[in-house]
Write a protein that binds this ligand. Structure first.
Ligand SMILES: *[C@@H]1O[C@H](CO)[C@@H](O)[C@H](O)[C@H]1NC(C)=O
Ligand SMILES: *[C@@H]1O[C@H](CO)[C@@H](O)[C@H](O)[C@H]1NC(C)=O
Length: 361
């Protein structure tokens, strides 16, 4: 059906279309003595019920590219001359085929009916065949990374002798992010995306490029591999500060009073939490709260000497297989002090003349 439609379109452009074919009959085929090689051979076209050949006079890459496309055979690798694929029985039907290279079928190309060529000049094509898609995998098997890390992808192609290079694509970006040349016979390459940024989060695939014996002008891309999604997290060092009753001196908290230590960071991720560490000479005490807001406050209602030490905040988030922990915030020193008034209350004046005190706190 589409062939008839295309024929009509071309007629409208004053290109001669000689044959009106039945709907689904093939017009072009490749004939080869070797079994199983569907995508290379002598080019044959059908005229009515007769199959005939095409003369290599004027036969070029663009013409061959159309044959490979029409037969779903990938890209042109070569156009062997001199009837390499054996001689045909029928007539040499066409010569001077002039495809632009973009046609969907050979019979949409301009040509001249043959009156001069013999079978020794039959045109042939070697196409790549339908290129198999490569496989993309991730070497670390992690799908979540923090900024600055590297992700090592692995792209594996089925054996193909003419692979030039491999490319890593991010979905939505036209140019490859990473390109790796292929050594001969190397069918697996590492594609490393280093120094990850937030903008690298997304969906990735790879493909390989092959080249024909005729130079890069006839190169082609394989289909895309499977897609792999990666997540990139930006984990910043949290800020830390504290609040207490206004009369206390900076860095001090009055014994028996309340104080709050606040941890804060942005951005945050689902499942994140803040850890508050109190570092004391006789060990570290840890408190943890879910990060339900950019700032989370740890409340201590009754300051005692065991609350004294250096406080640090950390932000922690778990995504499937990995746990990301921020660096420790600046250490915040907090001293727990008794007020002068309280100090005096707990002392007994022994000898008023010598100002000797016994204190009990
Ligand atoms: C990968 O991300 C896309 C959106 O960018 C989503 O449509 C797709 O389902 C995701 N695939 C997997 C395997 O998570
Ligand atoms: C500590 O935070 C609580 C609420 O979380 C508040 O009621 C209290 O006044 C705060 N204390 C200080 C000393 O800021």
């Amino acid at each position: 059906m589409s062939r008839i439609l295309l024929g009509l379109v071309m007629l409208g452009c004053n290109v001669a279309v000689e044959d009106v074919h039945a709907f689904d009959d093939p017009i072009t085929r490749l004939v080869n003595d070797r079994q199983g090689e569907r995508c290379s051979g002598r080019v044959e076209v059908r005229h009515g019920h007769q199959w005939g050949t095409v003369c290599q006079q004027g036969w070029d890459l663009e013409d061959a590219a159309v044959v490979c496309r029409e037969l779903n055979c990938g890209f042109v690798l070569d156009i062997p001359s001199g009837a390499r694929f054996g001689r045909a029985g029928g007539e040499v039907l066409w010569r001077d085929v002039k495809c632009s290279g973009d046609e969907f079928a050979l019979d949409l190309c301009e040509r001249t009916l043959n009156d001069v060529c013999t079978h020794s000049e039959d045109a042939g094509v070697e196409c790549t065949g339908k290129l198999p898609a490569p496989t993309l995998s991730i070497q670390s098997r992690f799908y979540a990374y923090s900024t600055g890390e590297a992700v090592h992808f692995k792209c594996t192609a089925p054996y193909w002798q003419s692979v030039i290079d491999f490319h890593l694509y991010k979905r939505g970006v036209d140019t490859p992010l990473v390109t790796q040349r292929a050594d001969p016979r190397q069918m697996m390459v590492d594609l490393t995306l280093s120094d990850l940024e937030i903008s690298h989060q997304g969906s990735y695939s790879c493909l390989y490029r092959i080249h024909s014996k005729l130079g890069n002008s006839a190169s082609g891309n394989s289909p895309h591999s499977n897609f792999i999604n990666i997540t990139v997290l930006e984990i910043h060092t949290p800020q830390i500060w504290y609040n207490t009753s206004p009369e206390a001196r900076p860095g001090w908290v009055t014994r028996g009073h309340g104080f709050n230590v606040t941890c804060s960071t942005q951005p945050q991720y689902p499942g994140g939490s803040f850890q508050l560490r109190l570092i004391r000479p006789n060990g570290t005490v840890r408190h943890s709260l879910p990060a339900l807001a950019p700032s989370v406050t740890f409340t201590f209602s009754n300051a005692q000497s065991n609350n004294e030490g250096y406080y640090c905040c950390l932000y922690k988030v778990q995504t499937g297989e990995r746990t990301f922990i921020s660096r420790e915030s600046q250490p915040l020193p907090i001293s727990i002090r008794v007020t002068y008034a309280r100090l005096l209350q707990s002392c007994t004046l022994l000898k008023p003349s010598k100002l000797a005190l016994i204190c009990n706190f």
